[in-house]
Design a protein around this ligand. Structure first.
Ligand SMILES: [Mg+2]
Length: 269
């Protein structure tokens, strides 16, 4: 008997959403997507973005060296990395959305991931080399869907990253929270360092919270940033943007989203 996995539901939902958008939201979507252009240009063209990735990975490498010096013979040390906008650069996909008539959906996303053409971000290769040579087990925990496992692996394998192990890649089966997948790793390893572009990559204390609660929890965990948590810049998308529109009746209207973005801005007189 064929089982209907949530992935199939997700695909069906995305298709329905796509049809809905095409008929009801065309012009607003176009305007809304174009609002992302400056963040994508910054991400792709600013040397500052590259420098921030290098800064993050350099700090991460310093931490690995310190941790290994303190625990010279531990064999169960692990690092956990997110994939998108942490290891791989998907900004060409974001640029395509910005110039198309469609919002993000899983079908468009899968079309991009199946091309296996995402580039490696600055600093990643050196981090893998050092982590592997210092005996850290490298885990990738990503909210790419489970059905993207093969294309994701093939994309990553292009870069011949030391320590990349197919069995250590945990994609999303059901829920978006990464807590359960981190707990699975914790049952055999000590997670020493987590790297990501979204707070949810680090701890469930940041999952599905309001913008205010997330900010509060960042302040509460201030000493972990740069020591256990290494965060990378992503001005293109993320929970910070999704949460702006939470509890909005017309949560799928691009016009509403666009005006809500403007409403939250702190403005001078
Ligand atoms: Mg990410």
């Amino acid at each position: 008997m064929e089982i209907l996995y949530p992935n199939n539901f997700a695909k069906l939902f995305s298709t329905m959403l796509l049809v809905f958008q095409l008929f009801s939201d065309l012009n607003h979507t176009k305007d809304f997507n174009r609002e992302s252009v400056s963040s994508i240009v910054w991400y792709q063209k600013s040397a500052e973005a590259k420098a921030l990735y290098l800064q993050g990975y350099n700090i991460a490498i310093s931490r690995l060296i310190e941790i290994r010096n303190n625990k010279p013979s531990e064999t169960n040390l692990a690092v956990v990395l997110d994939i998108d906008e942490t290891i791989l650069d998907n900004s060409p996909f974001q640029a395509k959305l910005a110039y198309s008539f469609q919002n993000y959906n899983n079908i468009l996303w899968s079309k991009w991931t199946s091309q296996k053409n995402a580039d490696l971000l600055p600093g990643v290769a050196r981090f893998f080399t050092v982590a592997d040579s210092l005996g850290f087990e490298i885990f990738l925990v990503s909210n790419r869907y489970d059905y993207e496992q093969e294309v994701t692996l093939e994309n990553l394998q292009r870069f011949k990253l030391p320590g990349l192990n197919e069995e250590n890649i945990f994609l999303r089966k059901f829920e978006s929270s990464k807590k359960d997948r981190r707990d699975t790793i914790l049952s055999s390893y000590s997670i020493e360092l987590l790297l990501g572009d979204n707070l949810g990559d680090f701890d469930d204390v940041f999952d599905t919270k309001s913008l205010e609660e997330r900010e509060m929890n960042v302040m509460k965990n201030a000493d972990k940033f740069g020591s256990k948590f290494i965060i990378f810049p992503n001005p293109m998308y993320g929970s910070w943007d999704d949460l702006l529109y939470k509890n909005t009746e017309s949560s799928r209207s691009s016009e509403t989203k666009s005006s809500m973005r403007k409403e939250v801005l702190k403005r001078s007189n």
